[in-house]
Design a protein around this ligand. Structure first.
Ligand SMILES: [Zn+2]
Ligand SMILES: [Zn+2]
Ligand SMILES: [Zn+2]
Ligand SMILES: [Zn+2]
Ligand SMILES: [Zn+2]
Ligand SMILES: [Zn+2]
Length: 371
C-alpha cells in the first residue's frame, strides 16, 4: 500500500472516540461508526442514552445498543489492513502451502520454498529467475491477432485507449502515443487513489465545518440568551428606578398643588370667620332697635364691606384644568416599543443546498460535491 492509500484507509478504520483502530465497529442509524466499547462508555456517561457524538440528533436507548449492526465494510477494510498477507496465494504445485516465490522464467507459477527447490534442482531450471510472490509481475494477456509467444499485450495505446502487443505497436498503431501497460495501470491506480483522497478530504472538510457550525450555533445562542437577559435585567432595573422617581414626582406635584389650594382655603376661612363676627354685631345692633346705635354702626359696616370686597377681588375663585401628567404618554409608547422588539433568525445563503436537503429523503447520500 502506498502512504497515500494508507492515510485514506486509516481515516476510515480509526474510531473517532478512542482514536484507535475499530474494535467491533458498530453502526448507528446515522451511519456513524464507533467501537462497541466506546458506545457502551458513551451510554454510561450519558445516563443510559446514546447520543451520536457527531451531534446529528441521533438518540438510542442504552438497552438497544446490542442491536446495532456491525459495519461490515469497515470490518472488511480492517481485516485487509491489519492482515495484508491473508490474500497470499497458495503454492501452484502442492496447493497446500502458502506460495512464497514466483518463477519469472518459463514456469510462470508461484511455489512454496519446498516445491521451488524440488522443481529448480536440476539443469537449466537452476537458472530460473526467482521473485518474491509479492513482486509477481502483473499478468499480461496475449494479443488476439498475433499469436506469437512474445506478443503479450504489454503496451497501452493512448490514442485508441486499448492494449496492444509489440507487433501492433510497430505497425497497426504506428505513430500512436503509447506507454507500457504496467505504467498505465500504475497511473490509473494513482489517479483513483487521488480521486478517493480528494473525495475523502472534501467530505471530511464539510463534516468538520458542519461540526464547527453546530458548536458555533450553540455558543451563539448561549451568548445571545445572556445578552437578552442582561439587557432585560437592566431595563427592569431602570423601570423599577423610574417607577420610584415617577411616583415620587407625582406625590410632589400633589403636595405642591395642595399647598396652593390649602393656602387659599385658609385665607377664605379667615374671611368666613370675619363675616360671622360682622353678622353677629349686626344682629346685636338690630336687636336693640336703637336708631342711634344703627347710625353709629353704619361706618364700621361700610368699611368692613368695602375692605372685604377689595380682598375678595384679590382672592379670585381658584380654577384648575385637569391635565394628564406629561410623560405618561412616553411610558405607554415605551411599552409598545418593547413589544415591537424582535430577534430574527439569520438567513442561510445556500438555497441550492437547502433544496437538495429538502428533496432528498435519504439524508445519508447527499451529493455534497455538487453544492
Ligand atoms: Zn473506539
Ligand atoms: Zn451520527
Ligand atoms: Zn508447494
Ligand atoms: Zn522455474
Ligand atoms: Zn498484436
Ligand atoms: Zn492506437
Amino acid at each position: 500500500m502506498t502512504s497515500n492509500l494508507t492515510a485514506l484507509v486509516e481515516n476510515v478504520i480509526t474510531c473517532p472516540i478512542c482514536l484507535k483502530h475499530f474494535d467491533q465497529p458498530r453502526m448507528l442509524p446515522c451511519s456513524h461508526t464507533f467501537c462497541f466499547q466506546c458506545i457502551q462508555q458513551m451510554v454510561t456517561d450519558n445516563h443510559g442514552v446514546l447520543e451520536c457524538p457527531k451531534r446529528d440528533g441521533t438518540k438510542i436507548e442504552g438497552n438497544n445498543i446490542g442491536d446495532l449492526p456491525l459495519n461490515e465494510t469497515v470490518r472488511g477494510l480492517l481485516q485487509l489492513f491489519e492482515n495484508p498477507n491473508s490474500s497470499v496465494p497458495l503454492c501452484d504445485r502442492c496447493g497446500t502451502n502458502e506460495a512464497e516465490h514466483w518463477c519469472d522464467s518459463d514456469c510462470k507459477h508461484c511455489f512454496c520454498t519446498k516445491c521451488w527447490d524440488t522443481i529448480h534442482e536440476v539443469g537449466q531450471y537452476q537458472h530460473h529467475k526467482k521473485l518474491s510472490v509479492k513482486d509477481k509481475p502483473l499478468e499480461v494477456p496475449r494479443c488476439g491477432e498475433h499469436n506469437d509467444e512474445d506478443q503479450t499485450l504489454k503496451y497501452w495505446c493512448e490514442l485508441c485507449s486499448k492494449e496492444m502487443c509489440g507487433n501492433c505497436q510497430q505497425f497497426k498503431h504506428k505513430d500512436h502515443k503509447f506507454v507500457l501497460v504496467t505504467e498505465y495501470v500504475k497511473s490509473l491506480g494513482e489517479k483513483t487513489e487521488n480521486g478517493l483522497q480528494g473525495v475523502q478530504s472534501c467530505v471530511n472538510y464539510r463534516s468538520d465545518r458542519v461540526d464547527k457550525m453546530l458548536t458555533e450555533i450553540e455558543e451563539e445562542s448561549k451568548d445571545n440568551q445572556s445578552k437578552v437577559t442582561t439587557a432585560i435585567t437592566s431595563i427592569r432595573q431602570v423601570i423599577d428606578e423610574q417607577e420610584r422617581i415617577l411616583l415620587e414626582s407625582v406625590r410632589k406635584t400633589e403636595k405642591d398643588e395642595r399647598k396652593i389650594v390649602e393656602d387659599y382655603k385658609r385665607s377664605l376661612q379667615g374671611e368666613q370667620q370675619n363675616l360671622i363676627e360682622q353678622i353677629l354685631k349686626f344682629v346685636v345692633v338690630c336687636h336693640d332697635k336703637n336708631p342711634k346705635k344703627i347710625l353709629d354702626a353704619k361706618k364700621p359696616f361700610e368699611d368692613y364691606i368695602k375692605a372685604t370686597d377689595t380682598k375678595l377681588l384679590e382672592l379670585k375663585p381658584l380654577t384648575r384644568t385637569k391635565k394628564e401628567l406629561p410623560g405618561l404618554d412616553a411610558l405607554k409608547n415605551m411599552e409598545t416599543e418593547i413589544r415591537k422588539i424582535k430577534l430574527e433568525a439569520l438567513k442561510y445563503d445556500n438555497e441550492k443546498l437547502r433544496q437538495l436537503i429538502t428533496n432528498t429523503t435519504d439524508k445519508s447520500t447527499l451529493n455534497l460535491s455538487s453544492s
